[in-house]
Each structure stands twice: as C-alpha cells, then as structure tokens.
Ligand binder design. Structure first.
Ligand code: FES
Length: 112
C-alpha cells in the first residue's frame, strides 16, 4: 500500500433537497481530481476520497463542492471549488504547498 503524503477529501453527498455538494459539483470535482492527480503521477502520493457532509454546502454555488486537503504536519485546508479550480489546487497546493487564498472556505479559515 502506498504511503500517502496528502489526502484530498471531496464532498459528494446527495440529498433529496438537492442543496448538498453532490447535487451541485461534488461528483465532477472528485472525478477531475482523480484525472489531474493521475496526469501528474500523484496517485501514489495523494489519497483521494469522498467525505460526508460537514455542513459547508451552503457556501457552495452550483458546480461547486466542499474540498479539504490534508497534508504536511496534518494541517487541513478547507476550500470551496469547482471543476475548473482542480488543476490550480493540484499545481499550487498539492505540488508546491501554496495555499490558494481565492478558493479558501472563509468560514473554516483558522484565525490566529
Ligand atoms: S453536502 Fe457537502 S458539506 Fe454538506
């Protein structure tokens, strides 16, 4: 089993009220992460999974989903992202450790 260095959790929860991430962009965002991680030969370094509802879907517009990236030092960064944001998250955050400020979930931002 690979020793993963980072973990990407994409919310793709579907509910009858059609207001949850999977009713918006969750499934497509997760699929795009799989494609971009594979294209960058990162599937053995980055574990990709779904995550249950963390009550962030109210922040997500249509086509968006709640995304959490855990990485170095067990730091978690919360984003709201759509399919078009995935390459940026992989290139900036996952490959270079740069937080993508424009996509941060402001509600979950840690205040120091
Ligand atoms: S369904 Fe994604 S945060 Fe609630």
């Amino acid at each position: 089993m690979p020793e993963y260095k980072q973990h990407v959790l994409v919310c793709d929860v579907v509910r009858d009220d059609e207001k949850h991430c999977g009713d918006k962009g969750g499934g497509d965002v997760k699929k795009k992460f799989a494609e971009v991680l594979a294209a960058n030969d990162l599937r053995n370094d980055v574990y990709l999974s779904s995550v249950g509802c963390t009550s962030q879907h109210g922040l997500c517009q249509m086509d968006q989903a709640s995304v959490i990236i855990y990485g170095v030092n067990n730091q978690g960064t919360w984003y709201v992202a759509d399919v078009d944001d995935v390459e940026t998250l992989v290139n900036e955050h996952i490959k270079n450790g740069i937080i993508v400020s424009s996509l941060l979930n402001e509600k979950m931002k840690v205040k120091i």
